[in-house]
Design a binder for this molecule. Structure first.
Ligand code: ADP
Ligand code: AMP
Length: 218
């Protein structure tokens, strides 16, 4: 099964992807995590990626497609994938459709997490992350021990791009470039909108209901 989570930065894509990974054995493919990991190699590509992500700008479609192609070529024991952060513009959505067809698969569901700008800013300011990919919120989803990851015990940190200036750019890019992707998939009747202002568990239960209805019909 291939599920794509769409939504503005801070809408909860990473949080919900981790829950879907655990509940349905779907591999969480976060392009943000993949890019952050690749940016640690300090070669030309790594430096290019750091420069883009730290400032809130998109990495090129060519680089993104290559990363996704490589990921899909890896053999896994998962039941499918949950995509978080890709596709992020129309050109990527069109290339993604081609790639998914080429590998003999289809997109099963697109979940669009609906949020508003004030909540985005609040959530991103309070987000703390771990190098293992886990994401926390200082108030609504704190770790059991302050500043320590529940999953792997590492020290939490604030993402370099989770600052006011970068968030402003990322929200603007979301409306300009990513929102049209929602409309594109809406025309293919693939999209279910979910209220991302609900609690983390309520959003998870809402997504589970969508997956269960889909699975019983297919
Ligand atoms: P995205 O991957 O879409 O950028 P995250 O999953 O990292 O978003 O969530 C952004 C922040 O909001 C994190 O601090 C996360 O713990 C918190 N968060 C996610 N979903 C909810 C929710 N439903 N209610 C409150 N806080 C949430
Ligand atoms: P995220 O972790 O999803 O918030 O992504 C962090 C950053 O990685 C984004 O602000 C972009 O700079 C970059 N990024 C992630 N996914 C993509 C994508 N599909 N296309 C271009 N850039 C991306």
């Amino acid at each position: 099964m291939i599920v794509v989570l769409l939504g503005a930065p801070g809408s909860g894509k990473g949080t919900q992807s981790k829950l879907l990974e655990a509940s349905y054995n779907l591999k969480h493919l976060s392009t943000g995590d993949l890019l952050r990991s690749r940016s640690k190699v300090r070669d030309e590509l790594g430096k290019y990626i750091s420069d883009k992500i730290d400032n809130g700008y998109f990495v090129s479609d060519e680089v993104m497609l290559k990363i996704i192609e490589e990921e899909l070529a890896n053999k896994t024991n998962y039941n499918g994938y949950v995509f978080d952060g890709y596709p992020r513009n129309l050109a990527q959505a069109i290339k993604f459709d081609e790639l998914i067809k080429k590998v003999g698969r289809k997109i099963d569901l697109i979940i669009n997490l609906d949020i508003n700008d004030a909540v985005i800013v609040e959530r991103i300011a309070a987000r703390r992350v771990c190098k293992c990919g886990a994401s926390y919120h200082l108030q609504s989803n704190p770790p059991a021990i302050e500043n320590v990851c529940d999953v792997c015990g590492s020290k939490l940190y604030q993402r370099k791009d989770d600052n006011e200036e970068s968030v402003r750019i990322r929200i603007k890019k979301y409306y300009e470039l990513t929102k049209p992707v929602v409309d594109y998939y809406q025309k293919q009747n693939l999209v279910t909108n979910i209220d991302a202002l609900q609690s983390i568990d309520e959003v998870h239960q809402s997504i589970k209901r969508v997956l269960e209805v889909y699975s019983s019909d297919n």
